[in-house]
Design a protein around this ligand. Structure first.
Ligand code: GDP
Ligand code: MN
Length: 440
């Protein structure tokens, strides 16, 4: 495992739990061999963006609080002055913790979480973080910008636990995961001592049963007072997960304070993108600055787009055809720069927008358009391609494979356009042309 994703730990655990290892994220080297489908899944899992909208820690904690989980007092700040005021409001004197709010874990080890004792240090740490770029082992090469630090009550920790909730697809159930070994080295715990990772499968009708929660707490080594609190915490996480249509809730660490109280000291929540339409409140929590810019634009205009590492831009209609196209590119030695499904209603305007999106990546050296004109006729698509090529002043080679209704008219339009467009009759020759063009 070379990289961990946002909530990557939960995905790793899940993979370990599965006998078939279907959720295992292949290493980049391996992925090249596996093919396009795995590539998309793996890339998306790494970024955590397949059907997911990630929340910031402070947003996740507010949700947990709504569902009865205790959290330390905290206020987010967007300036040093706000950070000072926040700190004073939280407690009259230190300690406080200044935490970078980014869509990535592993902040502690990357200098994104600082324990401070004076107001001067709150100011200094907030100033250092604001606008800075944070690299953690979860961000990979794509570092993220810090816009707002969270100023938090610095609490005394007696012990750190780990808790999370997600769907185990192989079981068709929501599961809760717990470990006595929470904190910053949990990934190592999972790798070296997997027996310390406990799971609890929730019956969808009965919900989390108190005996199940008590059993988990007991196995985690908690005392009676802590176990009573854990029953409420697990119920709260589960209710949050179900009621807000989450795809992941992770609390690491869940702490016991020196006073014996269970608290979520850190939290990550991902929401299921496909259910956002029924949660106006949580849908508003999206932070586009933390997302891949092109993927965000694609989302706004309703295109299915996933950025990849290759240099052949792909524009295809239909997700299945898009995958097949990427597979054929790989078969002929090329690397796709993206997955893009323009959808069934590939109008001239959508085609133009998709083109601009593909071109906004400087990696792209050639474009392969593979469109089946079913509902939308090939001449309409050709019109869109020509308009888009003109509009963006395209100089890159474009290979077009059109099939379907009015294909002759479409091809003729492309041929007569006088542009740098290579027409191909079938997918194999289209892929070969695109791979050759990108290699030049
Ligand atoms: P992450 O590294 O991105 O997961 O950030 P966390 O919020 O989990 O913080 C990392 C570590 O900082 C935690 O595991 C704690 O050990 C420590 N930490 C965070 N907040 C506090 C706090 O209020 N008090 C103390 N004593 N330690 C804290
Ligand atoms: Mn953490």
């Amino acid at each position: 495992m070379e990289r961990f994703c946002w909530g990557g730990f939960t995905i790793i655990i899940l993979a370990a739990l599965r006998r078939d290892g279907a959720a295992r994220i292949p290493a980049r080297r391996e992925r090249v061999k596996i093919g396009a489908f795995r590539d998309i899944i793996a890339t998306s899992l790494e970024k955590g963006d397949v059907n997911r909208m990630n929340l910031h820690e402070y947003q996740a904690k507010e949700l947990l609080h709504q569902f009865g989980v205790a959290i330390p007092a905290g206020i987010k700040a967007t300036s040093q002055q706000e950070a000072i005021e926040a700190a004073k409001e939280i407690r009259p004197s230190g300690p406080w913790v200044v935490k970078a709010q980014v869509h990535a874990g592993g902040r502690g080890k990357a200098g994104g979480v600082k324990f401070v004792r004076s107001i001067q240090d709150v100011e200094a740490q907030a100033g250092r973080l604001l606008g800075s770029i944070l690299h953690t082992h979860q961000t990979g090469p794509d570092a993220v910008k810090v816009h707002c630090p969270l100023i938090q009550d610095g609490v005394d920790i007696a012990k750190e636990y780990y808790l999370s909730c997600l769907v185990d697809r192989s079981k068709k159930r929501i599961i809760l995961i717990g470990s006595s070994e929470g904190g910053m080295d949990i990934e190592e715990v999972a790798a070296k001592t997997p027996e310390k990772i406990l799971t609890l499968t929730v019956d969808p009708i009965a919900g989390v049963q108190p005996y199940q929660a008590r059993d988990m707490g007991f196995k985690m080594g908690m005392d009676k007072k802590q176990i009573d609190q854990l029953v409420k915490v697990l119920g709260g996480i589960y209710n949050l997960f179900v009621q807000k249509d989450c795809s992941m809730v992770e609390i690491n660490p869940l702490i016991v304070t020196t006073e014996g109280q269970l608290m979520a000291l850190d939290a990550k929540v991902s929401l299921d993108d496909n259910a956002l339409y029924r949660h106006k409140d949580t849908a508003e929590l999206r932070d586009p600055t933390q997302e891949d810019e092109r993927e965000h634009i694609a989302h706004e205009i309703g295109l299915n787009y996933v950025a990849l590492d290759g240099n052949i831009g792909c524009m295809v209609n239909g997700a299945g055809l898009a995958m097949a196209t990427m597979d054929v590119i790989k078969l002929h030695g090329g690397e796709p720069a993206n997955f893009l499904d323009v959808g069934g209603g590939a109008t001239a305007e959508r085609v133009a927008r998709a083109f601009k999106l593909i071109l906004s990546s400087s990696k792209v050296k050639a474009i392969l358009v593979n469109i089946f004109g079913g509902i939308v006729r090939c001449d309409t698509i050709a019109e869109g391609i020509i308009a888009a090529v003109k509009e963006v002043g395209l100089t890159l080679p474009v290979v077009v494979r059109l099939q379907g209704t009015n294909v002759e008219a479409g091809r003729e339009m492309l041929a007569k356009s006088g542009m740098n467009i290579m027409a191909a009759d079938d997918l194999t020759s289209a892929a070969k042309l695109a791979v050759a063009a990108a290699a030049q």
